[in-house]
Design a protein around this ligand. Sequence first.
Ligand SMILES: [Fe+2]
Ligand SMILES: [Fe+2]
Length: 328
Amino acid sequence: MARRLLGGDPLAAVELFPLSHPWAYAHVQQAKHNTWFPEEVPLHDDVRDWHERLSDEERRAVEMFLGFFNPMESLVTTNLLLSLYRAVTAPEARLYLARQAWEEANHVMAFEYVIKTLPLDRERVFGLHVEHPAVAAKELFQRQLAEQWLVTPDVESVEGLQRLVRNLVGYFVILEGIFFYSGFALALAFRQRNLLRGLCTIVDWVLKDESLHLSFGIHLITTILEEHPEIMSAAFGRQLRELILRAVELEEAYNRAVLPEPLIGLDADVLNRYVRYIADRRLEELGLPIAFGEPNPLRWMVAQVDMPEIVNFFEARNIHYEVGRARW
Ligand SMILES: [Fe+2]
Ligand SMILES: [Fe+2]
């Protein structure tokens, strides 16, 4: 009998084969090839750029980038371990969650390495997520989605499953798939000006991991919707869409705070058009109607963020963008 994706015995011993959800194991295999360590990237040139080539405004933008990413990496880990690991019981899916938790810890260490090496004003960077209203608003949005499921974990009722799916959309699709992508675009714009190339290599590697997390999350969500068609309704689809549109508003306000003036060839308007373009892609991936119809204003990001090709070797076909689409 196929193992349940959700709500099996949480203490059962791992018996991986036969796989009940081969897409999850395909993600584990892919993730193994993305193993890296922050100290592999030399930051000497970044230290020179930081002190000699960046303006005060550019340094502030880097601090804002790290000030959001660093606490969010730990919040993602907390949500994985305290919420999702309780709910998701298929062994191959748990294996991926454990791998992802390691990757998130690696991201924390990577940003620590940058903060320590440049060096950045640690207190200011770590204070931002509490003190800056645009950063704090995004964190509150994420915390509420984690809290709702932490307080009442439930994979049996329609309401419980819907709360879980909202959490998954909030973390995999919004945080990792929209907020982080917007941050990556800001960071990688420095490399477009030949600045902070070491930090941008780290961002490339983090982005590769995050693309896989996003892909896993989309598979997880669509599989839950397929296995529990009772939670799918037009009203629930609208709720998820509204969650994503609220996140776009938060990200737009954040980007206006990060870029009050144009910097490194980027202004808040262009970056926000990119956010709307990305949000439409995420809506599509969930099988929901797009909201903006915005063309990609950052063509150079295309090469950076292509979703990884996940080959489902069990069925010898590419499952990229071929997950069962939710129908609302
Ligand atoms: Fe991460
Ligand atoms: Fe992630």
